[in-house]
Design a protein. Structure first.
Length: 309
């Protein structure tokens, strides 16, 4: 049963009740403990890349909300790691916050609560959320679900790349990266309990206040030259969500959240403990690796490594 059919089935119950080669990496690195990863995860091997420093990338101002700041910095660093031009880095970066502003298709009724989540049960099954379809459709036009295409204004990176408009194609690529980043954070992949529901924004504030100050969480992302291979965008979302879900004691998402609760829900720069910092960095580094993998997947698929603007 597809996700669309599952959603429609549940909706009916409610109604009834009421009535590429040129960029191959050098070397191999498996730095993450993958013991708890689901079967069939061979595609998520981690490879190192030999690429320029992201120093040339233009990062956003510090007065943005946490989600915007985090999304923009992760995409900016990832795009620069692949050696894309400053113009392309800035284009992808600017687009990466836009899913928080705009949604399209059936998902408009749910906005971020539906489109930006991929929540799993404690058994690892999909429970709620549509981030995988939004991610796929913004890259490749249609995931085959009933409500597809779900890309921004019904279009995609594929559409514009094939129309020889690299600028807008890149914009869609940056836009799509937002969704894979979201599911690398525990709050987007776990059915919330009382504390997750009431301390969601407190955790976001702590991350924001420690990105470039305090614990300087972003330094780990900047220093990382590894990416995860993305061969199927929907599978990548599922795997990323599993590794950050708040149910499994061996994964970063649960370890980070448990440490946050134990620390008493801090928000200020430099607060919290080393366990909280360590596993929040793991989530952010993972997000950066998936973004790097997404960029490579898309530019390989549509032959867009050569800059045209």
């Amino acid at each position: 049963m597809t996700k669309s059919v599952s959603v429609l089935f549940l909706a009916c119950l409610v109604v009834l009740a009421g009535c590429s080669s040129q960029h191959d990496p050098v070397g191999v690195s498996n730095e993450r403990d993958d013991a708890a990863r689901p079967e069939g995860d061979a595609a998520q091997a981690a490879y190192r890349i030999d690429a320029p420093s992201p120093a040339s990338a233009t990062h956003p101002d510090q007065d943005l909300k946490w989600s915007q700041l985090t999304h923009k910095k992760l995409v900016s660093i990832a795009a620069a790691k692949w050696g894309l031009s400053t113009a392309r880095v800035n284009n992808l970066t600017a687009a990466s916050e836009m899913p928080d502003v705009y949604q399209s298709g059936l998902d408009a009724a749910y906005n971020q609560q539906w489109s930006h989540a991929f929540m799993l049960t404690s058994y690892g099954w999909w429970y709620w959320g549509d981030a995988d379809d939004d991610f796929y459709d913004n890259l490749n036009q249609s995931s085959g679900e009933i409500e597809s295409p779900e890309g921004y204004k019904g279009l995609s990176a594929k559409y514009y790349y094939q129309a020889a408009n690299q600028y807008v194609g890149d914009w869609y690529l940056g836009y799509a990266c937002h969704y894979i980043e979201d599911v690398c954070l525990v709050l987007h992949t776990t059915i919330p309990d009382y504390y997750m529901a009431t301390k969601h924004f407190a955790f976001e504030a702590w991350v924001e206040n420690n990105l470039t100050a305090g614990w300087k969480l972003l330094d780990a992302v900047t220093a990382d030259n590894t990416y995860y291979i993305v061969s199927d965008p929907k599978t990548a979302v599922n795997q990323a969500a599993y590794y950050t879900s708040g149910y499994y004691s061996s994964v970063a998402g649960k370890k980070a959240w448990d440490a946050y609760v134990a620390c008493g829900f801090p928000t200020a720069a430099g607060t919290g403990n080393s366990t909280l910092v360590t596993y929040t960095k793991v989530m952010l580094v993972d997000a950066g690796r998936y973004v790097k993998g997404t960029i490579k997947y898309t530019l390989d698929k549509y032959g867009q490594w050569t800059s045209r603007y």
